[in-house]
Design a binder for this molecule. Structure first.
Ligand SMILES: O=C[C@H](O)COP(=O)(O)O
Length: 250
């Protein structure tokens, strides 16, 4: 039985004051629930503040990005080991915004995935197709390649102790989530791809859906067999809305 995971990706939002307000509100709401794992990924600069606030909470801490290097002359970068010191448990890799705006290709994403694991943290590999790729019937090809790049670098057991998030690019921030049935088809495909490498990892693997998840559509998505939670952007910035989502996973 896979424990559902609901993660908030705050992207480039927040201030010291808003981080404190949101986390205090979320901690109260999270205390009332069991049976779902909740995590938040603030901008890196707020990770220390979030660690202090979450010290006695069950909410896990995630990060939105790392550099592939562990140390050295890499101005402006942050390593996975450094985040581990601040209690970070999850790190997003391969988010479509980083693939598109920061030119992260499959190979670099795979190296980041490897670096997260080497630091003893859990990578959350984001995969998904653009609208054009969907229109051309290329969804499975695109996602297959994104998964294969990680297997090529990290081996058949790559997805042991990892998370995959299916985020169709066309659904992100659009208000138009994938239908539960469409999401399920892709999640099933992802699990089958992983099972072809290692059946045990596939069985344990949590596959999250991301893209315009809200309190009002979360439950229908979570009812699908292979949807094990959500990676939530905009709706994770509001405690009421985000708690509506993680409560739907119970
Ligand atoms: O990482 C989160 C996704 O990009 C989804 O964002 P969204 O919930 O605002 O559509």
């Amino acid at each position: 039985m896979r424990r559902p995971l609901v993660m908030g990706n705050w992207k480039l939002h927040g201030s010291k004051a808003s981080v404190e307000k949101l986390l205090v509100e979320l901690m109260v709401k999270a205390n009332e629930v069991e049976g779902v794992e909740i995590a938040v990924c603030p901008p890196l600069v707020f990770v220390g503040q979030a660690e202090r606030l979450l010290r006695y909470s069950q909410i896990a801490l995630g990060a939105q990005n790392i550099d592939v290097n562990r140390q050295g002359a890499f101005t402006g970068e942050v390593a996975a080991d450094m985040l581990g010191e601040f209690g970070v448990r999850y790190v997003l890799v391969g988010h479509s915004e980083r693939r598109a705006m920061h030119h992260e290709n499959d190979d670099l994403v795979a190296r980041k995935f490897e670096a997260v694991k080497a630091a003893g943290l859990i990578p959350v590999l984001c995969v998904g197709e653009t609208q054009a790729e969907r229109n051309n019937g290329e969804t499975k090809d695109v996602i297959g390649h994104q998964l294969q790049a990680v297997v090529k670098r990290c081996g058949r057991k790559a997805f042991d102790n990892a998370v995959v998030a299916y985020e169709p690019v066309w659904a992100i921030g659009s208000g138009q989530a994938a239908s539960p049935v469409d999401a399920q088809k892709v999640h099933e495909f992802i699990r089958a791809q992983v099972a072809a490498q290692d059946p045990a990892s596939a069985q344990a693997l949590r596959i999250l859906y991301g893209g315009s998840v809200k309190a009002s559509n979360a439950q229908a998505l979570f009812m699908m067999d292979d949807v094990d939670g959500a990676l939530v952007g905009g709706a994770s910035l509001d405690a009421q809305e985000f708690s509506g989502i993680f409560n739907a996973a119970l």
